[in-house]
Structures are given as structure tokens and as C-alpha cells.
Design a protein around this ligand. Structure first.
Ligand code: FES
Length: 146
């Protein structure tokens, strides 16, 4: 039985997620970290970030988005999130995404979510197909709707 390398005390609560080389620069990969679905992102300068994988505008996976510098752009409507803070930097999202601490030990990438999802479900946008205007009951009675 061989001993596994043990990170020092500063890694308490952190979970081994992947190897540095699993994350190509400029890409995002979905990971389950202690029950929290996270987008593990390597920015174009090689920095590694962990951000909640759920867009705060609607319920889609951010790990399927595009990495641009230190931002992640949602593939559906184009909201952009700062990978360091989770703050939205481009519309339509207005609510930040949770970010999680990341530590590197040699080639190992660790993340700590504490098993906690964002404390409150953010408001979500409904995606509505182009809908034709509908008449209200009042309009129909008056015959004012054509
Ligand atoms: S779902 Fe992400 S911007 Fe709309």
C-alpha cells in the first residue's frame, strides 16, 4: 500500500477535483464538488477558478460557455461573469454567481464548496418562445381586439 501525498493543513475542507493538465487554458469543465455542480475554469492566462455552474439568469450550465480572459460568457443569452468575483459584467444577468476557493498542490487541483449551494435561489428568467399577443376577456367582450 503506497502512501498518498497529503496536502498541508491549509487544505482542510478542500476536495481533490482534477489535475492541472485536465484544464486546458481558455476552457471550462463541469465538476461535482461535494454535491455542488461547479464550472472549473482555466482562464487564458492559466489561472484556475471554480464558479457555480448555474447561470443566475436562467438554469443553464455555465461550463458550456466561452472563456474570455478572466470572464465566462453564458452560451444562452451572453451574460458574462467575472471568474474572480462571480459578478455579472455583461447583461442580461444581474445576480452574481457563487465562486469557490481553489488551491493547487503540485499537479492537483482542489476546491472547497463546503457542500453549500448558493444560499438563495436567484431569480430566474423564463425562456418564452415568441408569443403572439393574446386578447384579454375584456377585449374580446368589447370586440376591440383584432
Ligand atoms: S441563461 Fe445565461 S444569460 Fe440567460
Amino acid at each position: 500500500m503506497s502512501a498518498q501525498p497529503t496536502p498541508d493543513e491549509g487544505f482542510t475542507g478542500f476536495t481533490l477535483v482534477c489535475q492541472v493538465d485536465d484544464l486546458a487554458p481558455g476552457t471550462a469543465t463541469q465538476a461535482d464538488v461535494d454535491g455542488v455542480i461547479v464550472a472549473m475554469v482555466r482562464d487564458s492566462e492559466g489561472g484556475i477558478h471554480a464558479i457555480n455552474d448555474r447561470c443566475t439568469h436562467a438554469d443553464v450550465s455555465l461550463s458550456e460557455g466561452e472563456v474570455d480572459g478572466c470572464t465566462l460568457e453564458c452560451w444562452l443569452h451572453g451574460s458574462r461573469f467575472d471568474l474572480r468575483t462571480g459578478d455579472p459584467t455583461g447583461p442580461p444577468a444581474t445576480v452574481p454567481v457563487a465562486v469557490y476557493p481553489v488551491k493547487i498542490d503540485g499537479d492537483d487541483v482542489y476546491c472547497r464548496t463546503g457542500g453549500l449551494r448558493p444560499p438563495v435561489d436567484p431569480p430566474t428568467a423564463r425562456i418564452v418562445a415568441d408569443a403572439a399577443p393574446t386578447a384579454s376577456a375584456e377585449d374580446t367582450k368589447r370586440g376591440s381586439y383584432s
